[in-house]
Design a protein around this ligand. Sequence first.
Ligand SMILES: C[S@@+](CC[C@H](N)C(=O)[O-])C[C@H]1O[C@@H](n2cnc3c(N)ncnc32)[C@H](O)[C@@H]1O
Length: 455
Amino acid sequence: MSRTLPVQKNDIIDIVFEDLTHDGSGVAKVEGYPLFIPNGLPGEKAKVKVVKVNKNYGFGRLLELQEKSPYRVDAPCPIYKECGGCQLQHLSYEGQMQIKHKHVKDVLTRIGKINTLVHPTIGMSEPWRYRNKAQVPIGEQEGGLIGGFYQQRSHQIINMEACLIQQEENDAVVKQVKEICNKYGVKAYNEANHKGDLRHIMVRRGLITGEIMVVLITRTNEIVHKNKIVDEIVNNIPSIKSIIHNVNNKKTNVIMGDSTKVLWGEETITDYIGDVKFAISARSFYQVNPEQTKVLYNKALEYADLKGEENVIDAYCGIGTISLFLAKKAKQVFGVEIVPQAIEDAKRNAELNDIHNVDFAVGKAEEVIPAWYKKGNEADILVVDPPRKGCDDALLQTIVEMKPKKVVYVSCNPATLARDLRVLEDGGYQTLEVQPVDMFPQTMHVECVAQLILN
Ligand SMILES: C[S@@+](CC[C@H](N)C(=O)[O-])C[C@H]1O[C@@H](n2cnc3c(N)ncnc32)[C@H](O)[C@@H]1O
């Protein structure tokens, strides 16, 4: 027998917002039945219209705010509502810090049954203009190139000249490259018919060095008037260090394809985090908020509490960023990463910094580390920094068998962090504390570092 829902479609009801979802929608409950309503903030009272009901949850539209949150502010970005890249501009930064802390705490308890000390979120003094990387989808309007962002829940491209969480220099470079490509008749890729060419413009900028990389991502191998386009970019962008061409001829949402070549300049740009210098290539993962990356890595280092005698494994090491931070204080560090170019960068970065107590291996962490362990190679401390999906179970099982005395878990997804901490706790570890770090102000994302010790 089907249950009668407490609300029906088109009902107009009064609610109180209790929480936010991962995409920034307000959550209200009617007799325990959750309704997701965009633009509501926790604590606010509102009149809403129910627009859709499913068996276990429904959706609503805000009609009238009856009581506003003291943390509500006017979003400064004029395209905030259309874009969807940020979800929290209508919440003050203080409110964002609190909601992220609560979110981490709630998720750890609900998913992982982890009751541990969660510190207040470490935020930024200036939580705008922090991103060092822009990836802009390109389309066409009235014959000219446009580029900016996909309208929320669609693949319609909207033109954008300024993004308030992007370094200003990146906005300017994207605009210049768009204009140059337009001038030479480059056609935008059309995903509906898989014709046209330019799919994305990517710009990366070193915060400390100011060095700029431009990546043109196209469907075909040939860019019309390629040499003229390169010359104009070089002549108009003084800090340019690298122009890269990436070809992606697949029908996919994945931005980069498999073929990457240098059109001009270097294969990498460089940047510093603290006193460690990094070479960064087009395909390699590099944290997008360099100021907060320093905070995050220093916290990871503090949690590792190295005395100089330890063998450390850095799983999911990317271009060796955390590995090199750790190597300065450890006996030996072994980094593992799946992207071969990132490992090339990691080796180059070790040389660049004259650091010799690191080794890097290409492969899946869940295959390489169990193989090392079988051969008798063990670690005193294991650091993991996996992508959003978290650690593979085979890796977690190996950690539990290997029994490093400490595990430092860096995570960009509290839900998978909670799931993985449960596995490690069941395997004999205790989560001593968790530190949320705000790497992505104005968005719902939050990074965490967790410190675990073997019981
Ligand atoms: C969140 S990033 C962290 C990178 C690095 N620690 C940093 O802070 O720059 C995750 C990294 O894991 C890599 N990766 C994804 N799946 C992997 C796997 N199964 N084994 C090893 N590395 C993997 C990605 O290529 C990416 O470089």
